[in-house]
Each structure stands twice: as C-alpha cells, then as structure tokens.
Design a protein around this ligand. Sequence first.
Ligand code: 16G
Ligand code: ZN
Length: 531
Amino acid sequence: SSLRVVYAFAREMHPKTSDVFIQYGTAGFRTKANLLEHVVYRMGLLAVIRSRVKNGRTIGMMITASHNLEPDNGVKLVDPDGEMLEQSWEEIATRLANVSDNDLESTTAEIIKQVNADMSLKASVFIGMDTRYTSPRLAAAASNGVIALKGTPKEFGIVTTPMLHYCVKCRNDNTYGTPTEEGYYEKIVGAFKNIRQKLPVYGEYNTTLYVDGANGVGGKKLNIIKKSLDGELDLHLYNLGGNGGKLNLNCGADFVKVSQKPPVGVEHVPFQRVASLDGDGDRIVYYYVDDKDNMILLDGDRIATLLASYVTELLKSADATDLKLGLVQTAYANGASTRYITEELKVPVSCVKTGVKHLHHAALSFDIGIYFEANGHGTVVYSEKAKKAINNISKDGEPEQRKAAQLLLNFIDMTNETVGDAISDLFLVETILCAKGINVKQWLQTYTDLPNRQLKVTVKDRNAISTTDAERRCTSPEGLQTRIDEIVSTYKSGRSFVRPSGTEDVVRVYAEADTQESADKLAAEVARAVF
Ligand code: 16G
Ligand code: ZN
C-alpha cells in the first residue's frame, strides 16, 4: 500500500539513529538536536492523527528548545485551542518516538486504532521554529511526517512559540484574530497603541525600554514591531543574534533569573529598566542595575502582582467586581509575593505543579485567571462570561464604568491568552507602569522579595524523588522530607523544597530565607541532604 512506501521513506530519510529513550516531558521532547530528526518526523505523523481526532482542526508543531543552549533542540505539539497537547497524549507521543523503524508502521496503526482517528478526514498542521541552526532541518522532517499521512503542513518559518500558539488558535476560531504573524502584530501592538491614546504618558513613567533578546527569536520580532511604534515606546534592543552573540549564552530570562546576574551584551545605565526575554519568546523578566552595580530583579511574580493589582482596579472602576479574579503560582513563587497578593490585594492564589499546562488549566477556573511562573512564563485568561460582562458595561455602563471597561477590552486584546508570551507581556507591563505613572523603583516598592537561591544537584536517579502538595513536599526517598524540615526549621523565614527537573537530568533545590547568606546556606544544606 502507499503507506508501506511512507514507512520505507521514513527509514531512509529520517532513520532512528539512537537507542536512548526519549520522553515527552513538561514542554515536549527536548535533547541534543542530532538525536531528534526521527522524533520530529514521527511527531509530524502524530500531529496528523491528532488533527483528525479533532475533526480536521489545525494542530501546531513548534521546533524549539526555549532557553536551552544552541546544541539542543526540541519539539512540542499545540492543541486546537492553542493550548499544550492534552496530557493523555504525552504517553502516546513517547511510545511513537521510541519504537524501532521496523515497528513504526504497526505502532502507528495501533495508535490510529486506539484513538479512533478517521484517516479519511482532512488534517492541517502549522509548523514554526526558533532561530537555532538545526531548526530548518527539523522543520522539514516535521513537514515530511505530515505529508506522509496526507495531512497539509503550513510552515511559518521563524516565529516565537507564542506566535505559533496564537496562529493555531486563530485558525480554529476566527473570532480570535487572523492566523498570521502580521495578524498577531495587528491585534497585540494595535491594542497597545490604542491604549496609549487613552492613557498618555505621565508621572514617573518614561518610554525608554531596554531589551535583552537572548540572541533568539523574540528580539528579532521586537525589531520588526519597533518600526511600527511612533514614540509610544522607545525600544533599545540588545542581543539580537548578531556580533557573535550566542543563543541564551550568559543572557536571556532564564540566565538572569537563575544566576541573578545581568546578561552580557546589554549596555547598562543605572536605574534603566530592562526586559529580558528567553530564546523562543515565551518568558520575560525585568531588571535594573542600580548605581552600585547591583542587579535588582523583577521576575514573573512581580509581573503577576502588577497585573493583578491593575485588573482589580479596572474591575472596580467598571463596577464588575462580581467577576472572580484569581492568581496561579508554583512553589517557586517568592513567599513575599504570595503574601502580598493574598493580604494586600485580597486576590485568591492557588499553587500548582511546575509547567505551563498546570498553571493554564488552574487559571481557567476563575472568571479572570492570571498565572505566572517566577521564571517569567505567564499570561491572563478571560472566561466568556467575563468577556461578555465587560463588553456589556463598555456599551451600557455609566461613563466612568464604560471607560474602565473599554480599557479592559483593549487589555484583553493585548493578551495572548493561549500561552505565556514575552512580547504580549511586555506590552501589558508597559501599559500598567504607564497607567500608574511609576518607574521601576516604585514598581519594586510594592513588596520586598525574600532572598532566595536555586541549585541543581546531579544524582543517580532523579525519579527516586517524588513530590506532593504542588511539589512543596517530597514523599520519597524515605526520611528526606523530615531532614529538610529539620534544616529549614533552623532558618528565619526559611522555606525550601526539592523536585526532579522535568527538562534535565537533575534535581532542583529552591531555598528562601531572611538574608541572601542564609538562603545560600539553606540551599547548600538541603542539596547535601539530597545527594
Ligand atoms: C519548561 C516549562 C516551564 C517550566 C520549566 C521547568 C512549558 C512551556 N515550559 O520549560 O513552564 O518552568 O520547564 O523546568 O511548560 P524544570 O522541570 O527543568 O525545572
Ligand atoms: Zn521559552
């Protein structure tokens, strides 16, 4: 049959060259790029099957390893609403990625049967990639996989991960926008410009923003956007990939957050706010350097609290306080941020496991859900109920209420609701700082972060550690949690947890305490207990 030819082709063109077991993890498959070609090809096959199970709706495939260094790459699938692949399919993806070339045909047939895919339906797959030099070859393997099962691939070339999520969503729901990169700019940047008309620059806010592009795709796209801004924001872009700058190397959001150091390649002016993006443009943190060369970080928790306080204000002004606003964090959220949100802002907080899919899912249970990981990945999701209510007020409310509701509508348009998006988040943050008329020091003053430290420990088997309570406590190996509790109890404002990484073969340790010295010591002591 013609499918025989397909599998013979796979053996020839995208052979499985390694016996190392590979797993669909927190954010898809991720490893050295040279081990991935057959995996990506097979995910092309799976994307077609998934599209057919979803009645021909479009599925996304993103080729990226996010904040990892250049030699890595990865692939993840995007579901029709622009969300991460449904969790129950991760196992199926893992099975298909690991079978031998000889078993590929029979395993594919089994999966088609298991998920009950009607293979006579049309199938559509959107494919995007980041700037890695290995990405074009992998994107081609993805397309070959899609074509092999008679699906229709559409390649978007180099886009940020959130742009691809956005395009998939739009393709399946045209009320959300136009499924192109230009459509994305029109919606998000358009909403930002719209808001700037209504909220002119005032107070301590100033329009100069420095950006660390991590030598990845996000900076490149901001360079396109920059040309369409008419002084609403003066972007100074650094680490755009030229001048020998290496992707994510000593720069980018993950480097800045984890090492608590400013990136290389950025010109530092005291008290100038800088936004640092990650390699595929789905994370953002802010920081500034003071006059003594100290770096002060404003991470995902800061952005979340800023969003929560502003949305709360607008809901009050619009008299829409019956809409339930909630915030979702992970165990990595700074204890001070959680306290500020619950006690000062009086917004309910839930804590979930690391990984965007968990946060996103939990945020959907609120009328308006804000979620952020401390590492800078997050967004806002608005329920249909909230959108309708705000829309109604924008038309029928009292003048003051109408004004607030119209701002909220622009705010919604500026948000990429499908997934955390550095570019969208950047415009949200700049809008709020401008609306509040504050500079970066004033933003910092809302609460004081507890000093913290992250370490990673290499162990024989990281899966020997299992956790509960949103990863805040471990249940195995026996005795470890008791030991951690003992250690923590000797530190003022101490908190610490350990968890196996979902993306690397390491165990991560997090610690916070009243001073940096204590946080460092606590992290080191807990790391020794794990080892
Ligand atoms: C992935 C996740 C990110 C999470 C990180 C944790 C997505 C899109 N990305 O990058 O949310 O914070 O993994 O990595 O879900 P770790 O398990 O190695 O600590
Ligand atoms: Zn990323």
